[in-house]
Design a protein. Structure first.
Length: 359
């Protein structure tokens, strides 16, 4: 790292097994995990803008990483300027798509605010689904990027023109949104079906004997339509119909009110909506189960354990849940941050983080 977050320059060569980063609060432990995560996802897991990653006073922040994969060595380099566009290199070349970087660097991060996956609004749950879909199926990631572009274009037209918007132009965007939206729905439902056994197993291990399930709430297809009948052509026709029926309202509100970008997935505990009818312990167990299911899915897809980032997670867990998390994780490369080494239920190489450095 060079001029990344709080670090002027750091050369970190971690152990291939477990790495425990110990330091006081504010010492910069999470900044190191953020840099590692950035080399896979190309975004901050704190949801910070790229400009916030550049050290104060520096012209640009740079982070480079080398990874050993079954297929050979992989190198990722990102230069983030204080102003302007970033530069991304994968093995010395600009990748055609950002999803290619994520495919080469499989990674899962457990964060203290993962509880928000359950407690907060639907945007985080949509992000969880779409991020994992894109990592497991790059073509699905391309569908999502095209869908988001189409919604942005329709919204821009509505904002500029309102009731005066050209209806033939809106017709064209509606067709595009309906076609891509039905694909996004199919991708999400297939992912949830595939994750269900892993989510159930993880919840039993870290949370208890309750029954965990999910329900997809569509802003246009309805729960019944997303369940028994999953015909993409039928869903595309339905979304097109809904967009047409809401057009006048969308013109007045100057936004697109139906489509996967307005959908939600609700996780249930014994039939109860976990967001409003579960204890914090139950909510945390579901959030953990979602990350563990991601880990399992990526491991199966890549044929190897992903890198694992655990940012001050164990301070938030009781002994039972900590033991459950470690029981379900194979021993790949792990990075753990903590202010108290005795809270970490796994041993490995210890690194001391302080004063802008690590040793």
């Amino acid at each position: 790292m060079r001029d990344f977050r709080s670090y002027r320059e750091v050369d970190f060569r971690p152990d291939p097994g477990v790495n425990v980063l110990v330091g006081d609060n504010g010492a910069g432990k999470t900044n190191i995990l953020e840099a590692i995560g950035y080399l896979s996802t190309l975004r901050s897991f704190r949801r910070a803008p790229d400009t916030a990653l550049v050290r104060d006073g520096a012209a640009e922040g740079i982070v480079r990483g080398g990874f050993t994969r079954p297929t050979g060595e992989v190198k990722v380099e990102v230069e983030v300027p204080a102003t302007g566009r970033r530069r991304i290199l994968l093995n010395g070349k600009r990748p055609a798509r950002h999803s290619l970087v994520a495919a080469e660097v499989p990674l899962v991060a457990f964060l203290p605010d993962d509880l928000d996956l359950v407690k907060r609004g639907p945007a985080l749950r949509r992000e969880y689904l779409d991020d994992l879909v894109g990592r497991l199926a790059p073509a699905a990631g391309a569908d999502l990027a095209e869908y988001e572009k189409a919604v942005r274009q329709r919204n821009a037209l509505l904002r500029q023109e309102g009731r005066n918007a050209d209806r033939m132009t809106i017709d064209a965007w509606d067709e595009r949104i309906a076609t891509l939206g039905s694909r996004i729905l199919s991708h999400r439902l297939s992912l949830l079906d595939g994750l269900t056994p892993a989510i159930e197993h993880a919840y039993r291990t870290v949370g208890g004997d309750s029954v965990v399930a999910w329900r997809y709430r569509s802003s246009w297809a309805g729960e019944e339509a997303t369940g028994a009948s999953r015909d993409p052509a039928a869903h595309a026709a339905l979304l097109l119909e809904v967009l047409a029926s809401r057009r006048d309202r969308d013109m007045d509100q100057r936004t697109t009110s139906a489509g996967p970008h307005r959908d939600d997935v609700v996780f249930l505990i014994d039939g109860r909506d976990s967001r409003i009818q579960a204890s914090q312990g139950e909510q945390r167990s579901i959030a953990l189960s979602l990350r563990l299911a991601s880990y399992s899915a990526l491991e199966s897809f890549h044929g190897e354990a992903p890198m694992l980032l655990l940012d001050d997670v164990f301070s938030e867990l009781d002994a039972r849940r900590s033991a459950g998390v470690m029981e379900l994780l194979p021993r790949g490369q792990v990075f753990v941050t903590t202010a108290r080494e005795d809270e970490v239920p796994v041993s490995g190489r210890t690194w001391r983080v302080a004063e802008g450095g690590i040793k």
